[in-house]
Design a protein around this ligand. Structure first.
Ligand code: PLP
Length: 393
């Protein structure tokens, strides 16, 4: 076993140099941007707006995918709403539209459409189901950039996260994008938030320096082996408060610009792992097709991590183990559907087995690192290991 380890996800925090070209954000025309202290806060705020707009007497319900980040649940509970889970499609990172239809009630105020790993949710399909209901469509784009609604204006609200492990890492923070026809009603809620400023002075810069240092193979490998740090564990943490943030524009610009500039090796993975298809595995192409009907020539979305569905949970677990032993931190993301995550079951009154597609997805999914520090030899090494597992001899 080796100590140094290629981290699973996460890009370096950018250097906010002044004088970066002043580009406007691609959604500025359609959406108002409100920066807040986290992606979870942004999502919770979006839910607050949808509750205010629907003005129900009963407990509002918010629909979310049964396989997802526990932060989704925290955001819903913080607003006193009830989280209602919907299964994924078959071998798909996207919601099952049939299950979505069945989950809608008169108390539904919003649907959270998650762009899991960078795949685009089928926003048009969801919008068609919601047509005429007054239910808000919230695009959770914490794992995708830019959000797909930024060009179409289809979602009522969009959520971004600037936490570690997200496309733009600013060591925390998030943004709520509110479609301009919804901003009037949002004013009172936004004005009631406490405010804080981010300053990129000496303290921030030291933090950035250390943060980036810890991304290195040696430090990551050391930290990952300290059990009480709980690296990579999926945990439910209730949301405590929402704060409005003032982030220096130069920092946002630096984040967007470094995202567009950094190395991206999905193509090399696709080539090196093409053989897996003959051994019962599937990859980003099949997952993209499962989201929306698209032709083979459609480009893949830009992904945050490189996903594969293994032929069985045993092979998946073996692959995660062997890759980690070899110093490549592959993992299985959340590990279970939301009702299977510790501390969450009681909120739904449903079991992981009630969501067969989400459960199968959680048992077959393996993610390989796809950040700027992945090297060709890592991908070749991963390919060799996966070959020895799926095609012995
Ligand atoms: C990370 C994440 C969030 C929460 O963002 P934070 O900034 O970590 O609070 C919400 N939704 C999804 C899909 C995420 O991946």
């Amino acid at each position: 076993m080796q100590i140094s380890m290629l981290r699973p996800v996460g890009s370096r925090v950018p250097n906010p140099v002044s004088g970066a070209p002043s580009e406007s954000l691609s959604w500025d025309e359609r959406y108002h941007t409100e920066f807040v202290d986290s992606g979870t806060s942004a999502l919770s705020l979006a839910i607050a707006l949808s509750i205010a707009a629907n003005d129900l007497g009963e407990t509002p319900e918010v629909i979310l995918p049964a396989y997802g980040c526990p932060d989704l649940v925290s955001a819903v509970l913080f607003q006193g709403a009830k989280p209602v889970l919907v299964d994924l499609g078959n071998s798909s990172p996207c919601l099952s539209l049939g299950a979505l239809k069945q989950a809608l009630t008169d108390n539904t105020v919003a649907v959270i459409a998650v762009d899991l790993l960078g795949f685009h949710e089928n926003l048009e399909g969801i919008k068609a189901v919601l047509d005429g209901t007054g239910v808000w469509l919230i695009e959770d784009s914490a794992q995708a950039f830019p959000p797909s609604s930024s060009g179409s204006g289809i979602a009522d609200c969009i959520v971004l996260s600037f936490g570690r492990g997200k496309p733009i890492n600013l060591m925390g923070g998030g943004a709520l994008l509110i479609r301009r026809d919804r901003t009037q009603s949002a004013k009172a809620i936004l004005q009631s938030l406490p405010k804080r400023r981010i300053s990129t002075g000496a303290t921030w810069r030291s933090k950035r320096f250390i943060f980036n240092l810890l991304l290195s193979r040696l430090f990551y490998g050391l930290l990952a082996r300290i059990p009480f740090l709980g690296f990579g564990k999926t945990e439910f943490v209730p949301l405590g408060s929402i704060t409005s943030l003032e982030i220096p524009p130069v920092l946002i610009r630096a984040g967007v610009s470094s995202y567009h500039k950094r190395a991206y090796f999905a193509g090399l993975y696709l080539e090196s792992l093409a053989f897996l298809e003959d051994h019962g595995w599937s990859g980003p192409r099949e997952l993209t097709k499962a989201c929306v009907e698209c032709s083979d020539s459609d480009p893949l979305p830009r992904l945050l991590r490189f996903p594969l569905l293994a032929p069985s949970v045993e092979i998946r677990d073996q692959a995660v183990f062997e890759l980690q032993q070899a110093g490549i931190c592959a993992n299985s993301l959340y590990g279970a559907p939301l009702p299977g995550i510790r501390g969450l079951q009681s909120f739904f009154g449903r079991y992981a087995s009630d969501f067969p597609n989400a459960r199968a997805f959680s048992r077959h999914l393996i993610l390989l690192p796809l950040h700027e520090d992945v090297r060709r030899h890592d991908i070749e090494h991963a390919a060799k290991i996966l070959k020895s597992i799926s095609a012995p001899n």
